[in-house]
Design a protein around this ligand. Sequence first.
Ligand code: GDP
Length: 460
Amino acid sequence: MIGDTIAAISTPLGEGGIGIVRVSGPQAISIAEKIFQPYKQRDLKKDNFRLIYGYVHDPEDNEIIDEVLLGVMRAPHTYTREDVVEINCHGGILPLRKTLELVLSLGARLAEPGEFTKRAFLNGRLDMAQAEAIIDIIRATTDDALRLAVGQLKGGLSKKINAIQQELLQITALIEASIDFPEDDVDAYDVEDIYNRVESIRQEIEKMLAGAETGKIYREGLKTVIAGKPNVGKSSLLNVLLREKRAIVTDIPGTTRDIIEEVLNINGIPLRIIDTAGIRETEDVIEKIGVQKTRESIDQADLVLLVFDAETGFSNEDEEIIDLVKQKKGIKILNKIDLKHPTDLKNKLSGVLPGWPLVEISATQEAGIDDLEKVIYDLVTQGRVVPRDGTLVSNVRHKNQLKKALENLKEAQAAIKSGLALDLIAVDIRGAWQAIGEINGTAITENIVDKIFEEFCIGK
Ligand code: GDP
């Protein structure tokens, strides 16, 4: 258990029906007793999982700060596994801030970002993968992204990770036993058995990695650029998509994402449209924002929706844009098919950007949009059935750790095949164990723990 008591406003600042000051730690209940006047006389020390009606008052001058509901939750069955008090104030800046200041003046310390969840982790209520899922729940933009994060919080991924880790531990133990007692226990080390066991873990990790790209898209969204020469219908397409598919508008105040993005919900896949300014505010993307800027947004994109004009046909400008995007994944969109259905253009388009599917639409008539959606979905999932539950890897940190583990396992297999000494094989297996242990947090340094929780907001 950690010694001090922390407190923070856990709800967003601004006006709301209620706002919550959360307090966690050994002093949480005694601090609450000093600032809380229950409507009816009662002893907070005897309360547990109860909401009590009353007032927050300043113990110095007895001034009432707010009318509140105070929740008392006793360790260990709480978010942090410590004593937790949640003060449900009215959702205004002053009542919340004054209540927080009172709590701090009585000995609590302002919580760091993510510190409540960090305590839940350090006190063993959640493993690291579960703790990280909490931020994904908060930031989910589609139902599937939410389902995935909740599944991870419930331990879907952790269960798989723990099983792999356990198996690696057993293999290490087996090898180490053979190193320690080479004569007594010659049978303990069966090369083929070890090799096969490593092989089946390797396959399991490969499978997890195969889904990780899609998982990442559910978690972070698919960064998408709508490109095309002027007047092909880029903003018309964006508008029809926004009207039909807008997920939520995210405006996340934070270190890296303090820009407003448009997020579309395409069959559960969050599509983040980047560079909407480029589409909306300039007539000519290439001319006005310049090739460099266009190149930058295309560089960032996971997907390019490249729009062509059925009415005006193919031109040099199309050629130039194709040159910019040809390294990317994308979809060719033939727009304005309500005006013209040119076979020569279609033939031309099937010849460029091989591997990019072609979809015909009319943005203004809202035709072909369902097809486009299906093509996007298929491109992301690559026709595979993707589990949208908590077993899918979605976090890049987890993916990188799995890759490290995979490398170690491959080295172990190579070492076994070339008949290297047992202790060298054990080093590789231990390396894999370590890499996996950084996912669930059983083998993780304080630095990494701190870095992960820095991403959280204050009060979480
Ligand atoms: P952008 O410059 O690429 O963003 O193109 P806009 O979306 O501003 O569209 C240019 C013009 O083409 C506008 O007058 C649109 O109404 C028109 N337009 C866009 N899509 C279609 C379509 O599918 N059919 C027809 N008939 N006109 C369209």
